[in-house]
Design a protein around this ligand. Structure first.
Ligand SMILES: Cc1cc2nc3c(=O)[nH]c(=O)nc-3n(C[C@H](O)[C@H](O)[C@H](O)COP(=O)(O)OP(=O)(O)OC[C@H]3O[C@@H](n4cnc5c(N)ncnc54)[C@H](O)[C@@H]3O)c2cc1C
Length: 451
């Protein structure tokens, strides 16, 4: 409920749960515009203490990006942008009392750090993102790594470095297969990861691991159930990217449904075994399971909270959801073959747009005004093949139609999405300074993380 400030005034309490692509932008901008001026109290809750923009995780995994340089401490961001940060995972919700419960937090040694606690709200925004969905396929949890968190990306990178070291001391001709990587899922994440890995394994070999011959020792395979890679993107982009991957000698197993992952590698329904020592799962996402039991809020088949076009949950006007965890209608797209309303896709650009709209909506809600409706604007799809190429199309408002682009310009447009995120978090001057600093340090530091 309302929070009373130092002079006894009751202030509206906005609680944002999830400091990801959408939630951190929203908390930062609400803090700047309402928290700073004493018009409301803004609290951000996250189960981790630092933020990293998720679309960078495949670069962290491949070693072409150093996570430490891009992490943001929530406490520091809250200090600069006038919001409170509370560490803990949302566990329960009591809508009648307008209270959320956070689970206890433990340190690395398993000692209790913060006990479970309750936080009261006037307006609640749930922005907890998505987790990977293994569809119950045996062995995925045990043998494959998903790139959903910073810890998972860092773990994959460590395994990659270890595989390189093993290959260095026991090269493929005597002990083959250490650097066989199978990527399950030929969507944007899988495709982008394969190109980054192609580059970084070559760079690692050049950094003194001279027994490794990348053309002989590194085998990268993408396994995709659909008949083409990038099934969610237009066919022309998919074909173009496919040609680029073939030039890099990346093996594409298309139309192959994975049935099991084990110590040997990945097995498919057609009886194929893709031998691999490193397996990445990038074949599907769902919203977190706990949302299914959140005090009766409506959810869909993939656990997403069903929201109206105002982004309010269907059963409670004081609770909003945004980003990957929200099932938000996209009326302009009509209905699918089964007659279901098409939903806004789970993408960083949607989370960014929704955070921008909710900034306005919440200010209007506090004043008792009507709320705007969200309409997803698709600015296009770009797939980065790291240093090799960027391929995609720009859409709608930017070009007045669909424009196929490739190369340097496409690469700049791809990076713009991250710049927009940084701009929302830090403002223009810091983004410019940061960009200049990175251009300078790039000249003096290795282009691949070697530990
Ligand atoms: C490797 C990879 C590459 C991608 N590339 C692209 C791309 O190129 N372009 C694009 O548009 N999209 C891309 N995406 C998708 C994009 O990252 C997501 O759509 C976007 O991050 C969704 O934003 P969000 O705010 O909904 O959730 P997230 O950014 O996932 O943030 C969710 C936050 O909630 C926190 N959280 C989760 N559960 C709880 C809980 N119970 N309590 C408290 N906090 C919790 C998490 O710690 C996290 O900070 C990529 C995703 C991945 C994994």
């Amino acid at each position: 409920m309302s929070v009373v400030n130092k002079v006894g005034k009751a202030l509206h309490h906005i609680v944002v749960v999830g400091g990801g692509a959408g939630g951190l932008e929203l908390a930062t901008r609400l803090g700047d515009q309402l928290g700073k001026r004493g018009k409301a109290v803004v609290t951000l809750v996250d189960k981790y203490s630092t933020h990293m923009w998720k679309p960078l995780l495949h670069e962290v995994a491949a070693g072409s990006m150093d996570m430490d340089e891009h992490e943001i401490e929530y406490l520091a961001q809250g200090y600069w942008h006038h919001f409170n940060f509370r560490l803990g995972a949302l566990e329960k919700l009591d809508r009648s009392k307008q209270v959320i419960t956070l689970s206890p937090t433990f340190d690395e040694d398993g000692e209790l750090l913060i006990p479970g606690r309750e936080i009261a709200y006037d307006t609640l925004v749930i922005a907890v993102g998505s987790v990977s969905n293994d569809f119950g396929i045996p062995g995925v949890q045990e043998y494959a790594v998903a790139l959903e968190t910073q810890a998972e990306a860092a773990m994959f990178h460590r395994r990659l470095i270890n595989a390189c070291i093993r290959t260095q001391v026991a090269p493929s001709d005597t002990n083959p297969g250490h650097l066989n990587v199978a990527i399950i899922g030929g969507g944007a994440t899988g495709v982008e990861l394969s190109a980054e890995l192609h580059n970084t394994t070559r760079q690692l070999a050049a950094h003194g691991l001279d027994n490794i011959d990348p053309d002989r020792d590194v085998k990268l395979t993408i396994i995709e159930a659909a008949p083409r890679i990038l099934p969610a993107l237009p066919e022309d982009i998919s074909l173009k990217v496919q040609l680029e991957l073939q030039k890099l000698n990346i093996d594409l197993k298309l139309g192959q449904r994975v049935t099991k992952v084990d110590a040997q590698g990945v097995h498919t329904k057609d009886g194929l075994l893709v031998a691999a020592s490193l397996v990445v799962w990038a074949a599907g996402i769902k919203a977190p399971d706990f949302l299914k039991n959140l005090d009766g809020l409506e959810t869909n088949w993939s656990n997403q909270l069903v929201v109206k076009t105002t982004l309010q949950t269907t059963h409670d006007d004081n609770i909003f959801a945004l980003g990957d965890c929200a099932a938000c209608p996209w009326p302009a797209q009509g209905k699918d073959a089964q007659g279901r309303v098409i939903l806004v896709p789970p993408r960083a650009q949607a989370a960014h747009q929704q955070a921008s709209m909710l900034l306005k909506s919440i200010k209007r809600k506090i004043k008792g005004k009507s709320l705007p409706e969200y309409n997803y604007r698709d600015f296009g799809s770009l797939v980065s093949l790291g240093k090799y190429s960027t391929v995609g199309s720009l859409m709608g408002g930017l070009t007045g139609g669909k424009l196929f682009i490739q190369g340097t310009f496409a690469g700049i447009m791809y990076r713009m999405l991250y710049k927009m995120h940084q701009y929302a978090l830090h403002g223009l001057s810091k983004v410019i300074l940061d960009t200049i600093a990175r251009i300078i340090t790039r000249r003096s530091s290795p282009h691949v993380k070697v530990h």
